[in-house]
Design a binder for this molecule. Structure first.
Ligand code: FA5
Length: 350
């Protein structure tokens, strides 16, 4: 083999043995195999050789070219792998097999109080209904004797979708559907309508210690022959004494809602301040908890029920405020804050 070829081969071996970065390796490749590289340059020597010697020398140079390209390629793969390993070892290490101790979850206080109310009403023969959060204007207002441009709409500004639907501002939005769903059974089989329907409500209003833009209500309706205000008061009292397991001071005063007649506001003596007055009750000592009343004849009619034959009551319990009173939460906004530290203190048995 030609002396020059042997020495170039040796030189390349030595350089590859020492190189430790891909950048340096590229320089080596160019210096041997590039246009002006030493292996490429060997060809220039061929012009002085005999034809026979040219053939042999050319063959050896080609073999050197091929083997040099191969070893450089192998070295490139080796250095790339080393760089990847280096990068991996410099990254922070996570042990994905180690469980993170987040502690046990707990139910939200509103869920607890809602479940408790559902149990109480179920035990008194009420069904528990679910209802969508996105409803139509008809469901939320018109079917409830609140036509377009009725001033009562101002009390419940909510969020509207581009298609004209809205986020329900009150669980009363389900009343019409419930009357229609169970009306047939009432009329044909004399089975009273007794249903509650808890749900999330939305209102576009300024928040304070007892007002949120997103809160829960639980609506209830009962329709049968000869239902009166006494029935309404009985169910309200039973529910409150079961929830609080102690005597609670309540007051009933007239209240206006276009879908009940007569209508009432049922207030509860504030349990945060003991009726003294505080931010939670707007310093009045009382908290509006559960407006209610006898279902308006127009609402019954709209639900397919003859108001001459049947009467009924409806109530709209403020579930979020009930949770505040039951668990002593001073500011309603804490309940939506997602603060696990404050929420996790509530358990089923409190
Ligand atoms: C209503 O929403 C009526 N649909 C209730 C009703 C039903 C009356 C059936 C008659 C018959 P009101 O807007 O007052 O009424 O709300 C009812 C209860 O929901 C309030 O007493 C209060 O406890 C709760 N509530 C109302 N607005 C908010 C709010 N922004 N944040 C928290 N709770 C609220």
């Amino acid at each position: 083999m030609d002396e020059k070829i042997i020495s170039l081969k040796k030189e390349l071996e030595n350089k590859l043995g020492e190189v430790s970065s891909l950048v340096d390796l590229e320089s080596i490749r160019v210096s041997f195999l590039g246009k002006k590289g030493s292996i490429t340059g060997l060809m220039k020597n061929m012009k002085d050789l005999s034809n026979e010697a040219k053939k042999e020398f050319g063959k050896q140079v080609n073999e050197l070219k091929v083997s040099a390209a191969k070893v450089i390629e192998e070295k490139t793969a080796e250095l790339k792998e080393l760089e990847i390993q280096k990068e991996i070892s410099s990254m922070p290490q996570f042990d994905i097999t180690t469980p993170v101790d987040l502690g046990r979850g707990s139910y939200h206080p509103i869920t607890l109080v809602q479940r408790q109310c559902e149990e109480i009403f179920r035990s008194m023969g009420f069904t528990v209904e679910d209802y969508p959060e996105v409803v139509t204007d008809y469901e939320c207002f018109e079917s409830l004797n609140i036509p377009k441009h009725h001033p009562a709409r101002d009390m419940q500004d909510t969020y509207y979708l581009e298609n004209g639907q809205l986020l329900k501002s009150q669980t009363s939005a389900a009343q019409n559907a419930i009357l229609k769903k169970y009306g047939k059974n009432l009329i044909e089989n004399d089975v009273p309508i007794k249903a509650i329907f808890p749900g999330r409500c939305f209102r576009n209003e300024a928040t304070d210690a007892c007002h949120e833009n997103t809160f829960f209500q639980m609506e209830g309706v009962m329709v049968d022959k000869d239902i009166s205000i006494s029935n309404l008061i009985y169910f309200m009292k039973t529910m409150l004494s079961e929830v609080f397991k102690k005597d609670i001071k309540v007051r009933l005063r007239p209240g206006f809602f276009p879908f009940v007649e007569p209508g009432f506001e049922l207030d509860i003596s504030c349990l945060i301040c003991g009726g003294e007055g505080c931010a939670s009750c707007k310093h009045s000592g009382w908290l509006e908890l559960c407006p209610c009343g006898m279902i308006h004849p127009e609402v019954l009619k709209e639900g397919g029920i003859d108001p001459e034959k049947y009467t009924g009551f409806a109530f709209g319990l403020g579930l979020t405020r009930l949770a505040m009173m039951k668990y002593g939460v001073k500011d309603i906004r804490d309940l939506n804050s997602g603060n696990l530290k404050s929420l996790s203190q509530f358990t089923d048995d409190k």
